[in-house]
Design a protein around this ligand. Structure first.
Ligand code: ADP
Ligand code: MG
Length: 376
């Protein structure tokens, strides 16, 4: 398969921060990038060589993208799979549209994982109100009701203690198709970013341990402090998922480590992931460079870690009394600041992140927490 070499134009669906970091990684290797995103201003659109400001299903824009770009990728899973399918007929596309359509729908995702023998939280599908009339096993309670589409950062999820609370929760979610999942006793959460090339080559990024606050990723600690057997199992499962999906590109698998030591798959994202942002500063090759390399049919880069690190998300909440004092981050010579260029800082909105590297994970965590505290 012919390699796409620096100088070529690459296409990207979506203009968020993941797209911005992909664009910057591709540009630093000498590629040019065209972003298709419907908003006039976006983190990726503002750094791209060209921004097509149109809907993802706009035929003219998709045509322009497919004729001007050597290959196209996506930065989020909620692009209509139809857009990727259209593009695939005209140019090279990764990730494959069918993986995106599975990952963008929790029902399809859970059914795909369960059917292929991957361990997931016990769940049932609730498509419509009449599904609530049947008796639901007590084992699902307490549980979490999650919408099947467009949920993110804990949005579109409601905790339910008993079956009596289900109808009200389902109504609050506008009776959208949902999964009801058993609430599990978590020891911790980890994620694996796996990359699979068109030639089948597989690489993994070091496993991250993720801590959430209010359903949103707060910090990622790398390497994860879980037993080696869990690390190995997680990498093997991530590899198997990528193979079963016949995946090409960068894929993130989020896992639950239960208090009894079992490892379950929580969900997957057919793209680079927030829990892999540490790779920009702490790995030889970042998850975004790997995405570009695979898209361009180049050999993958090493994912080796330079140093233990901690990544901290910067949410809009921090801007409540004005612009935070960035010197608090920049004064630490081993910290790296990333701001996504978003103009409006809303509560819960991901505005940036910083990564701290140190000789040990404990030291990195200590420094990261101290910087975080001094910003608030
Ligand atoms: P999102 O798409 O918003 O990331 P997730 O399904 O990953 O949705 O849920 C967000 C967070 O909520 C998880 O990272 C985890 O902390 C918690 N959570 C979700 N499902 C469960 C569950 N079944 N048991 C315990 N905690 C859960
Ligand atoms: Mg999640």
């Amino acid at each position: 398969m012919n390699r796409i070499l620096p100088g070529a134009m690459l296409g990207l669906l979506g203009g968020g921060q993941l797209g911005r970091m992909f664009t910057m990684a591709a540009q630093s290797m000498g590629y040019r990038v065209t972003v298709l995103d419907p908003s006039r201003e976006s983190p990726a659109g503002s750094v791209a060589d060209r921004h097509l400001c149109a809907d993802y299903l706009d035929v003219e824009a998709l045509h322009a993208l497919s004729t001007s770009c050597a290959a196209v990728t996506t930065e989020f899973e909620n692009v209509p799979a139809g857009a990727l399918q259209f593009l695939e007929q005209h140019c090279l596309v990764s990730p494959p549209p069918h993986s995106v359509s599975i990952a963008q729908n929790r029902i399809h995702e859970k059914q795909f994982l369960a059917k292929n023998g991957f361990p997931v939280a016990p769940f049932i599908v609730i498509q419509q109100e009449s599904d609530l009339a049947k008796e639901i096993e007590a084992a699902f309670f307490p549980g979490i009701l999650k919408v099947s589409q467009l949920g993110y950062d804990g949005k579109g999820q409601i905790s339910v203690s008993t079956s009596h609370e289900l109808p009200a929760a389902f109504n609050r979610l506008q009776q959208q198709p949902c999964v009801l999942e058993q609430l599990l006793p978590l020891a911790c959460e980890i994620s694996v970013i796996v990359a699979r090339g068109f030639d089948g080559q597989i690489t993994h990024f070091p496993v991250a341990e993720n801590q959430h606050a209010q359903g949103i990723l707060d910090i990622s600690i790398v390497p994860a402090s879980v037993p080696e057997t869990i690390i190995r199992q997680a990498r093997e499962m991530a590899t198997d998922v990528a193979i079963k999906l016949d995946y090409r590109g960068v894929l993130c698998i989020e896992f639950f480590v239960l208090t009894d030591g079992r490892l379950l798959i929580n969900e997957m994202a057919p793209r680079p992931h927030n829990s892999g942002h540490y790779s920009v500063d702490a790995c030889i090759t970042s998850q975004f460079e790997q995405q570009a390399r695979i898209l361009c049919r180049l050999p993958q880069g090493s994912t080796a870690l330079h140093a233990p690190c901690v990544m901290v998300n910067l949410l809009g909440d921090l801007w409540q009394s004005g612009e935070p004092d960035w010197c608090k981050v920049l004064e630490n010579p081993s910290a790296k600041l990333h701001l996504y260029g978003k103009h409006e800082a809303r509560v819960g909105r991901k505005m940036g992140h910083f990564t701290v590297m140190a000789d040990t994970v404990e030291l990195a965590l200590q420094q990261a927490k101290s910087i975080k505290c001094s910003l608030t």
